[in-house]
Design a protein. Structure first.
Length: 246
């Protein structure tokens, strides 16, 4: 890459920018030759700026997460590798008395919506939130895949699959593309949220898991996915409902 192009990339991106960087330093298997450029966006806005700059320069772009189980050729990769590992926003956004509506096309708050389950120590008369794995769940991700929502389809106590249960609370969690799956599982465990148990033990990050539809124990991410919010090559935020994904 010519020096002028390098300077434009460094000026546009707030995160780290590395040139001719060996991918072996960034993969769990320790393999891979040099990439022409590696970008590490600091946040979603920075990612949008990086994408716009790459698009204007006509450079091909490949997004990656934490480099888990990623095999790269010794000859390296031409163009830009956009590493989403620093997009690690993970927080509970909302807890309401009913499930919030899910927008079909307009970007909304990212999140993981899962129903808290009743514990043995709950006060008498507390709502029975069903078994672990019941309820509504949403897996969210910033960056190329920023948001997702979907019912698990598991039958709750006394209800059909996917039914709305009066009195259930909906909890929305924001999880960036770089969030480790085990960090997400740990948060769900800490907050007594059911629905994402099958992700326990799966390496990698939320963004990669959404991209490859990760799963285990007869479950997969598409079971709890309802929509994905993502950035276009020109840095525009868009959202696609699960039904439109292929």
């Amino acid at each position: 890459m010519e020096q002028a192009g390098r300077e434009r990339l460094k000026a546009a991106c707030a995160g780290r920018v590395l040139f001719d960087e060996p991918l072996a330093r960034h993969t769990s298997m320790g393999v891979g030759g040099p990439a022409d450029v590696m970008l590490f966006p600091a946040d979603l806005d920075d990612l949008a700026r990086c994408l716009r700059c790459l698009n204007e320069a006509g450079l091909p772009m490949t997004p990656v997460g934490n480099g888990t189980n990623l095999i790269c050729r010794d000859g390296g990769v031409r163009g830009a590798i956009v590493v989403l590992k620093d997009l690690r926003d993970l927080r509970i956004d909302r807890e309401t008395g009913e499930r919030p509506p899910v927008s079909g096309t307009r970007p909304g708050p990212p999140g993981l919506e899962i129903q808290p389950r009743r514990e043995s120590g709950d006060p008498e008369g507390a709502p029975d939130y069903g078994r672990p794995g019941d309820g509504v769940a949403t897996q969210g991700a910033d960056g190329a895949a920023r948001e997702s929502r979907r019912e698990t389809g598991e039958p709750a106590a006394g209800a059909g699959a996917g039914a709305d249960i009066p009195g259930r609370r909906a909890v929305s969690v924001t999880a960036g593309a770089g969030v480790a799956l085990q960090a997400l599982v740990a948060l769900a465990l800490k907050e007594a949220l059911a629905g994402a148990e099958f992700l326990a033990g799966i390496p990698g990050s939320v963004g990669g898991a959404v991209r490859m539809n990760a799963g285990a124990y007869g479950r997969e991410l598409s079971d709890i996915l309802t929509a994905v919010a993502w950035l276009s090559r020109t840095g525009e935020l868009r959202q696609t409902p699960r039904e439109a994904l292929t």
